[in-house]
Design a protein around this ligand. Sequence first.
Ligand code: S3P
Length: 449
Amino acid sequence: MPKTTASPADNSLQGTICVSGDKSISHRALILGTLAIGETRIDGLLESADIQATIAACQALGADIEKGANNQWLVRGRGANGLTSPAQPLNFGNAGTAARLLMGAIAGNPIKAQCIGDSSLCARPMGRVIKPLTQMGAHFICDSHNDKLPLTMRGTDQPLPIHYTMAVPSAQVKSAILLAALNAPGTSELIERPATRNHTEKLLSLFGAELSCKPIEGGQIITLTGEAELQATHLAIAGDPSSAAFPLVAALLVSGSHITLKNILVNPYRGGLWQCLEEMGADIKKINSRTAHGEEVADYEIKASVLEGIEVPAERAPSMIDEYPILAMAAACAKGRTILRGLAELRVKESDRLQAIAEGLHNNGVAVEVLPDGLIIEGRGGKDNDGKIAGGATVKTYFDHRIAMSFLIAGLAAQNPIRIDDDSMIATSFPDFFSCMAKLGAHFERPSE
Ligand code: S3P
């Protein structure tokens, strides 16, 4: 397989960049546009492989979607109960969000769909959505009877309202249930502890659904009034904080760096990484905070910093669930020990991230201990080695975009080059990764170049 190499940076990172649009909101904007009446206009849509899977699936379910002038995407929807049975299987590729959310939307429509994906997606648990959606009246047959893709599902024209307490903190499962509940009579109620990213709730309100969120001890109750008629709207999607995390940590680790990240989405349920880095001593300034289309957006100024190890509590996990791989790189370069807890969900992401992080760090000279649901990382920061990890090894990415990008960033701040076995899957979430990093002065050796 072609390998990509990150060599120790011989210059600091400087400059200003915007990263691609938020992935979570991009999926939801397309899906809600499909379920709405009229034409939804979307600026800033992420144009990545995962989002292409959602576009193709929404088109197969009957939406008319095209890219118009000035990179604005137009979605002409079918109404919440107007989906049609797709002629071909819906191929969600690597995209868990697309698969789970669209299973929710399909559940509330009297249609049949076959759902397939790549080998990574076919290994991920779907029982967490199948269970509540079955309770609401949908039927599922998994090819291998293991609650995983591939599966065939049949939705219903009479979904039942649901009162459901979430078993795992998952915005994907919550969103699937809310999308199915759009066509159920009466009200549905979801209890989640702790609360997870709330983009579906915010967007449903923007599209005209009647929804309320009430804080409770350690979480929230969401109440949605069903038989909703969603109305098309205009959305502008800000930069993805989960993508911004990579240049952010790169600038902290490469000495002398000073960069600005512009137009980044700020959501209280996605701020865990930024909080950890600040506790570690990172010099990050949030500037120009503003509100756009129901979400906070801001710019960040970041300067290279000496980081210290910290203990990250399990309760913080839902607010930084996608950011542990890159936080682990910051921890490896920090002074002292970092303890990460509450990571059980990392085992069922695009790869077993707990194992992939530990293996990659270990092979590159960092002492790591894997706990049943956590990691202890002995930071290499300090006078002896200039805050640098040894590097020098090839990292197995397990076809996981965030593992790939994290170790490329670590290579910029290592003593020896770090190689990754494949970079093709970075296009699933952050197609502009290499061009953004190049703009800041970071270069990677790629086999295709
Ligand atoms: C997402 C929710 C999270 C996250 C994923 C995107 C979403 O997954 O890891 O990358 O857009 O709802 P879970 O809901 O499984 O935690």
